[in-house]
Design a protein around this ligand. Structure first.
Ligand code: ZN
Ligand code: ZN
Length: 435
């Protein structure tokens, strides 16, 4: 064989291999949908809206999905969007994105960084940023919607896309359910969602069979003392000192009471008390977030918090029992293990085996669990969002890239978005392949 013949044969073999790669035709469909999705991403990123205020965001998503031929209903559970594409007999599969952004001041320095300010629920003027990547989720869902609408010969059944409000305040999923998500619309046979993050490189996805994230409980605790002059503590009961002792004692719950190896976190995220350095205030308030994986650990930790808070108040001579308010909670998201295994194969075929990574449960929480609790077997997976070179450099230096909710959070948009679409399309086509 001459060198030239060899080269021609090698080229032919390479082109055949390329043409036969399963994701190849899909990647052309994704490339076609990408520019409009990227435009939407830039628009959403520059115009973020706080939880339950996603009026413009929802309208933009609704308008685009309508443009693709979806039957769109707005204002489901507040600003929620439900878009249906019916394509003959078959299962109903739900794909969910969140709509909301966070009260974070963007410091990425990107040309399209958010400069938005808005009023939060308490009436305070706050900066707003898509610091959790929900803008990327929406743009991904939009491109997936386009690919699915343009390839109705590849699937059958009903595709149900939802834009969920108020994920960050863990209320939006329940609000949509309460407003008839599975009674006014077909109840999904399966559910799919993804979340972008900076621990996996763009181009990859992560799958966690079973428990995906944590149970979250929010508590507000008020400790009652007796105010007085800062120079005369003997005439007062200082609620700040009681609060300080309580905070330290709370940490012994996770270190001394919970069985080593079980996951439990108690974070006191704020403490508010007093107005001036020489005044002992009447009361002190603190806000807690409590995270666990297992139901029995959750029960144990919540009971221990109650005991410790009451005990420290009593020990400090508080004027009355502390007020303990449990004001928010959500359960951990459970990935149906059999479904996760089935879809792992689908994702490996679409993205390449090396790009599908098994990941452990994360410590964050999500109200997607409300959909799982309706009896919708689901896959909630991770989408790599880190610039691979930056991630490798950070790992070499023993550092982490800015995480979700950081003012510096900046996913590697194009590869993450395209991978998200490839993953969603592959999973949806598989789930919408049965009669
Ligand atoms: Zn978030
Ligand atoms: Zn998020």
């Amino acid at each position: 064989m001459t060198k030239t013949t060899f080269l021609i044969l090698a080229l032919l073999a390479a082109s055949v291999a390329f043409a036969q790669r399963p994701g190849d035709s899909t990647s052309k469909e994704i490339d076609a949908a990408y520019p409009a999705a990227h435009d939407l991403y830039l628009d959403l990123h520059q115009h973020p809206e706080l939880s339950a205020q996603e009026v413009q965001t929802a309208a933009k998503l609704a308008e685009r999905l309508r443009g693709l031929g979806y039957e769109v209903t707005e204002h489901v559970g507040g600003t929620g969007v439900v878009a249906l594409l019916k394509n003959g007999a078959g299962p109903t599969v739900m794909l969910r994105t969140e709509l909301d952004a966070l009260p974070v001041e963007e410091k990425t320095g990107l040309p399209y960084a958010s400069k938005v300010q808005a009023k939060d629920d308490a009436g305070r003027e706050v900066p707003v940023m898509h610091a959790c990547g929900h803008d990327l989720h929406m743009a991904t869902l939009y491109a997936t919607a386009a690919v699915m609408a343009r390839s109705k010969d590849t699937w059958h059944g009903t595709l149900m896309l939802i834009g969920q409000p108020a994920e960050e305040t863990i209320g939006g999923a329940r609000a949509m359910i309460k407003d008839g998500l599975v009674t006014r619309f077909p109840k999904p046979d399966f559910g799919v969602a993804l979340h972008v993050g900076n621990t996996l490189p763009a181009g990859t996805v992560g799958i966690t069979p079973g428990i995906y994230d944590s149970n979250a409980d929010s508590e507000r605790i008020t400790i009652y003392g007796k105010g007085g002059h800062g120079s005369a503590p003997h005439t007062a009961v200082d609620p700040i000192v009681i609060a300080a002792k309580t905070i330290v004692a709370l940490q012994t719950i996770t270190s001394r009471e919970v069985r080593p190896g079980e996951f439990a976190v108690i974070t006191v995220g704020y403490i508010r008390a007093g107005t001036k350095n020489n005044i002992i205030p009447d009361e002190a308030e603190m806000g807690l977030t409590i995270r666990t994986y297992k139901a029995e650990v959750r029960k144990q930790v919540l009971a221990a918090i109650d005991r410790v808070v009451r005990g420290e108040s009593m020990a400090g001579g508080a004027t009355r029992e502390p007020l303990i308010e449990h004001f928010e909670s959500t359960n951990s998201v459970f990935n149906d293990p059999a479904l996760a295994e089935r879809l792992r194969g689908v994702l490996e075929a679409a993205l390449g085996k090396q790009n599908v990574i098994t990941t452990g449960p994360i410590t964050a929480s999500e109200d997607y669990s409300a959909f799982v609790e309706l009896g919708i077997p689901s896959l909630y997976f991770s989408l790599g969002g880190a610039d691979p070179a930056k991630l490798a450099e950070a790992e070499r230096a023993g550092k982490m890239l800015p995480s979700n909710h950081s003012p510096l959070f900046a996913p590697d948009v194009e590869p993450a978005l395209k991978t998200g679409v490839a993953a969603e399309v592959a999973v949806l086509r598989n789930l919408l392949s049965q009669r």
